[in-house]
Design a protein around this ligand. Structure first.
Ligand code: FMN
Length: 187
């Protein structure tokens, strides 16, 4: 299985990018997890659609279309998820092909506070519903107090969080396989 990872943060030592790296590490041998680079995506303007997609947008669209599943690790900014991530989703929601449509998606997040991105995740799930993604409802990964659980490079070091995360990832992979399995005709 190939899984496209999206971190909602571009920060060099981002905890959320650290979650994507941890997923790649935990799932090695089971699934290949990539980290989508979206730093060059321009601000969406509908007027620009007539001149074709910017190369970064076309590249990311194809990377997401090619993936069997998607993991989004989002920070919480002002009780929601970051604007840069919304901008990326807005691009992906447009034609020609919509990579979130019917795609299994795992929403996770890490924050420095006590609520572990719960408000950001709720806001993100609402948008993904409109995009017709299949989001795993439970179990949830809400990493609180991230400064104590990642090292200075943004690597997840907290063992109990890694254990919980491994369980969630294995649940997600098994569920995504079921979602992606060809449907049987009714006899
Ligand atoms: C603009 C901004 C707004 C923030 N708002 C919230 C918030 O509403 N809730 C929260 O728990 N943390 C908030 N934070 C703190 C983030 O949880 C923290 O910066 C976190 O490390 C960001 O994720 P990253 O490490 O992946 O970049 C905010 C941070 C920034 C920069």
């Amino acid at each position: 299985m190939t899984i496209a990872g999206i971190s909602g943060s571009l920060r060099a030592t981002s905890f959320n990018t650290g979650l994507i790296r941890a997923a790649a590490d935990i799932l090695s041998g089971t699934a290949e997890v990539t980290n989508i680079d979206w730093r060059d995506v321009p601000v969406y303007n509908q007027d620009d659609e007539s001149s074709g997609e910017p190369p970064s947008v076309a590249r990311i669209r194809q990377e997401l279309l090619d993936a069997d599943a998607i993991i989004i690790a989002t920070p919480e900014y002002n009780y929601s998820y970051p604007g840069g991530l919304k901008n990326l989703l807005d691009w992906m929601s447009r034609t020609p092909q919509k990579p979130f449509n019917e795609k299994p998606v795992l929403v996770i997040g890490a924050s420095t506070g006590n609520y572990g991105t719960v408000r950001a995740q709720m806001a993100l799930r609402a948008v993904l519903t409109h995009m017709n993604a299949h989001t795993l409802n439970k179990p949830e990964l809400l990493v609180t107090q991230a400064k104590a659980k990642f090292d200075a490079n943004g690597t997840l070091t907290d063992e109990s969080t890694r254990t919980v995360f491994a369980g969630i990832l294995n649940t997600f992979v098994a569920w995504a396989d079921k979602i992606n399995a060809p449907t049987q005709p009714i006899a």
